[in-house]
Ligand binder design. Structure first.
Ligand SMILES: [Zn+2]
Ligand SMILES: [Zn+2]
Ligand SMILES: [Zn+2]
Ligand SMILES: [Zn+2]
Length: 347
């Protein structure tokens, strides 16, 4: 899923009341014309208030402002709600005030739908098994920019001549921090999302000869997120919580953690659950915990269980959550991962 930074889109809300009244008169005149002219609404079961919506199973669409029909592909779409179309920029501008309220409502609804949706997990590119939510069980490789599971890394290590070569692309591991940095930089230049996040880590720590620069780290994490690395958004969100390289800003922290969660980052989801809980929003909190528990996150089971005992989570939902949790746990298991885990545990 590609995520856009909607905070950039915030528009000026100030509306002159007198102008609004004038606009209302004009709009109601427009509306009469629209209702009269538009036969396609009737044919396509479009009711009042849904004008401008792309008609189902057809590329024909009605302009939300003037009611003219047009080819949906050639029309100007509302870039916020993506639900209404216009003949051109002039129609869009004319309709802006009238559409504003419905648009904001729809954007909020879409956000909630997206936010509380189960997300398919990313897979290890070698064994094709879902990657574990625990980041210590995943490794980034600076040669190919892939995230590989510890099972596959272990399997390669144990194979003949497999010591210290990448399990994915078979390139020998970088022999020094400097070489590693060069490789990461090369991947960044190619637009590899994971590499942006990794480079951010170098700046955060001030490692591989780089100066410590938290502002730069946050910029790189933001870019990583935009390119599809959910961890980038998560780390940025956490830096807004903690005020690392930025002023503390809980709204932005939640915003970026939500983007991360919507892109499948389980720790972000868990944090959002905890944040909602601390704010007394138990319903939203449990919604988050249920999703992360279903994705195989053990820690999230505790609040869901508590919610069930307090009557906040229904019996069926609790049973469902447990079932999905165990299914995902089973799905994430492999012989190699078990062996690798045994070694990790011994350390
Ligand atoms: Zn129009
Ligand atoms: Zn809109
Ligand atoms: Zn694997
Ligand atoms: Zn590689």
């Amino acid at each position: 899923m590609s995520s856009t930074d909607t905070t950039k889109d915030v528009e000026d809300d100030n509306i002159d009341t007198v102008n609004e009244d004038i606009e209302r008169v004009v709009i109601s005149e427009d509306k009469k014309d629209t209702d009269k002219d538009c036969t396609s609404c009737e044919q396509n079961n479009i009711t009042e208030g849904t004008e401008g919506v792309a008609l189902k199973d057809t590329s024909v669409c009605v302009c939300a402002s003037c009611g003219k029909k047009g080819d949906s592909d050639d029309m100007n779409t509302c870039n916020k709600c993506k639900m209404v179309k216009y003949c051109n920029a002039a129609c869009k501008k004319k309709h802006r005030k009238k559409h504003k309220k419905a648009c904001e409502k729809r954007v909020a609804e879409l956000h909630e739908e997206q936010l509380f949706k189960d997300v398919e997990p990313d897979e290890c590119p070698i064994c094709l098994i879902p990657l574990p939510p625990d980041q210590s069980q995943i490794q980034f490789r600076s040669c190919c920019g892939k995230l590989i599971c510890y099972g596959c890394i272990y399997a390669m290590k144990m194979s003949e001549g497999g010591d210290d070569i990448c399990a994915f692309c078979r390139t020998p591991y970088a022999s020094s921090d400097q070489e590693c940095f060069k490789r990461v930089k090369k991947l960044v230049d190619k637009g590899n999302a994971n590499a942006f996040c990794h480079l951010a880590g170098y700046y955060k720590e001030g490692s591989t000869g780089l100066p410590q620069d938290l502002t730069k780290a946050n910029e790189l994490n933001h870019k990583a997120g935009e390119l599809g690395c959910a961890r980038g958004y998560y780390l940025l969100g956490m830096n807004y919580y903690g005020g690392h390289g930025v002023e503390v800003d809980i709204k932005k922290a939640v915003y970026y953690c939500e983007l991360a969660a919507m892109n499948g980052y389980i720790d972000a989801r868990y944090n959002l659950g905890a944040n909602e809980y601390n704010s007394g929003n138990y319903d939203r909190s449990l919604k988050h915990f249920i999703i992360s528990a279903k994705a195989g996150h053990e820690l999230s089971l505790v609040p869901v269980k508590n919610g069930y005992e307090q009557g906040l989570v229904g019996k069926d939902e609790y049973a469902n959550t447990l079932r999905s949790y165990h299914e995902r746990q089973k799905e994430m298991k492999s012989e190699m991962r078990d062996k690798a885990a045994a070694i990790l545990d011994r350390r």
